[in-house]
Design a protein around this ligand. Sequence first.
Ligand code: AMP
Length: 446
Amino acid sequence: MTFATLGLIEPLLRSLETLGYQTPTPVQAQAIPAVLAGRDLMAAAQTGTGKTAGFALPLLQLLAMEGPKVTANSVRALILVPTRELAEQVHEAVRQYAENLPLRTYAVYGGVSINPQMMKLRSGVDLLVATPGRLLDLFRQNALKFNQLQTLVLDEADRMLDLGFSEELANIYRALPSRRQTLLFSATFSDDIRLLAGQMLNDPLTVEVSPRNVAANTVKQWIVTVDKKRKPELFVHLMRKGKWKQVLVFAKTRNGVDALVEKLQGLGINADGIHGDKPQATRQRALDRFKASEVQILVATDVAARGLDIEDLPLVVNFDLPIVAEDYIHRIGRTGRAGSTGEAISLVCADEVNLLSAIEMLTRQTLKRQSEPDFEPEHRVPDTDASGQVVKKPKKPKKPKASGGGGGKRNLGKWVDSGEAAPVEPSIKPVRKVPVFNTGPRKRKP
Ligand code: AMP
């Protein structure tokens, strides 16, 4: 199969040739003809499967071949994405695909001045990539109208809900014409999203190129158990031992990112961090330098790293496990992309056992455990498996106290199972998703 047999026009084929795309990926093979035929689409595909081209190519073709010229402050196709970085990345891909077409494309997102965006929109844009908050700001200030809108794409739709964009999305839908083509793309789909899609899409074609919620199978994954307070030390130890050259590291909070970056920089390690509190220009610069291998270790929160496409990234480290199990799949999807292999290592402490169990259940695998000499945890991480069980080892019977009181041996570590020091629920708590469309902002800037 070739891109030509999928029905793409010559100017797009020329762009693809320049980019070196020879064969359509499975998601592209299914999505491109369906979108060209005007169908609504609900597509679940693993990260790195080429889903951006799967919607962008046919969309550009429809814009070039059909419909009236775009008028002032109007937009004909809208791609909504959850983060600023993803907006830049998707727009860059769109720009490359549209190289030989007379179409105007643009990206708008928050964290930068709105005025240049308003100026740019004055003459109309054929295809706009946007984050929901800034799009609404522009709409409310009359810098944008949707009367010409023919296609809406929701990229990483589940993540948009996770980030608390449900209200913004509902407001955007209300402003859009009801007759339109809608494409829903996501690396993973929760049941909530499926429900939402049922309400939003009109007789959609479902495209699912990989088993639902299964982690990238080109990524070698394992965990190292460790006490929480020793994670930074273990990270540096593993980094030196493994001679890591380029690593994307995920931490749970902004403070966690800053603390690790500070520690690494203090040791003379070339590290930088990105999270929602940093100005957009700083985030983009750190990312660009990481991609150019000028920064060795990039530490990020989930929101900052969502959907990033970094070529040949060999290693992802989960310094903290994600709160939402599906984020694990997104995180490790940063490596092992487009057919290459990668590694994903998670540093797991006893507190995180329920998160670990939820990840194993979601990905239907028991992650291989490796203990690192000198870093074996005092607080044991209970055994887990893909069934969602957290196995609690029975307590060892207490030895009778040595007589003589204070003079006895203090060998507590030997016979008190250290796992007991950190109480752990025997069953996992359900990993929740935001109820569809009726919740306010949650964790806009983790
Ligand atoms: P995506 O899943 O859209 O983020 O794409 C992942 C990577 O695969 C990007 O770097 C794309 O440029 C690349 N890519 C997408 N489609 C193809 C293709 N058909 N052949 C080669 N590379 C591709």
